[in-house]
Design a protein around this ligand. Structure first.
Ligand SMILES: NC(=O)c1ccc[n+]([C@@H]2O[C@H](COP(=O)([O-])OP(=O)(O)OC[C@H]3O[C@@H](n4cnc5c(N)ncnc54)[C@H](OP(=O)(O)O)[C@@H]3O)[C@@H](O)[C@H]2O)c1
Length: 222
């Protein structure tokens, strides 16, 4: 990571903050635009931020995500448009803006944060699960185009992580039941997700291309 510059979205808290802290500790320069600097809900804002970047970006981590819970028969148009934009369109627009420079320089790493709900599902994750499945597909599609230029694109699919998003979407009782259902017997700490992202974003990853790595304590193996 030493000497590399990484752009990480959604790094104000949770998994994104853990990724930024770990990257810094491994010697990377880390760019963590807040919502005022780059609002992922607006493609124009993303393009403006990227056009104004004064430095090269070697690593992109598309981490930010939202998850307004709603069933397949009841989601609002606003939730549909908002979730598609932040979870799927924004990562695609960032990849479009930053991958040509990486390819030109012959080195790049892109990690998209997916979810276990792209592999299995649970009620009221209809829109969210669709966007995260899209992330896995986008990862494969970009990976085959970019691998030959030294740019490796992968996804990491976390299971239940002890963050605000998890606490917001599950009651205490639900969290207790969830924990009983995780083979590892606990939620993940954000740093455990960050470690996998850091490996994939380093030059130590020399041959993993287009994969979605599930980091879920065994949850989706059941
Ligand atoms: N937590 C889990 O258990 C879990 C499990 C599986 C997958 N994931 C995925 O992991 C990623 C991170 O999750 P988390 O739990 O760490 O999330 P979190 O704590 O809810 O944080 C979300 C981050 O995204 C940013 N964000 C949201 N909308 C934005 C926008 N329009 N423009 C700019 N930034 C925006 C937030 O910024 P503000 O501070 O400005 O709001 C915040 O930094 C997400 O993609 C999530 O789907 C999480």
């Amino acid at each position: 990571m030493l000497g590399r510059t990484a752009l990480i979205t959604g790094a104000s808290r949770g998994i994104g903050r853990a990724i930024a802290d770990l990257f810094r500790s491994q010697g990377a320069t880390v760019l963590v635009p807040n919502r005022q600097e780059m609002d992922l809900a607006s493609t124009e804002s993303i393009e403006r931020y990227c056009a104004g970047l004064g430095e090269r970006v070697d690593i992109l981590v598309n981490n930010a995500g939202i998850n307004p819970l709603a069933a397949a028969g009841e989601f609002s148009d606003a939730d549909l448009a908002g979730t598609l934009q932040v979870n799927l369109i924004a990562p695609m627009v960032l990849l479009r803006a930053l991958s040509p420079g990486m390819a030109e320089r012959g080195y790049g790493r892109i990690v998209n944060i997916s979810s276990i709900w792209s592999g299995v599902c649970k009620p009221r994750r209809f829109v969210y699960a669709t966007t995260k499945s899209g992330i896995n597909g986008m990862t494969r599609a970009a990976a085959v185009e970019l691998a030959g230029s030294g740019v490796m694109v992968n996804a990491v699919a976390p299971g239940f992580v002890a963050t605000e998003l998890t606490r917001q979407n599950n009651s205490e009782d639900e969290l207790r039941k969830i924990t009983e259902n995780i083979p590892a017997g606990r939620l993940a700490e954000p740093k455990e997700i960050a470690e996998v992202v850091a490996f994939l974003c380093s030059s130590r990853n020399s041959f993993i291309v287009g994969q979605t790595i599930f980091v879920d304590g065994g949850f989706t193996c059941q």
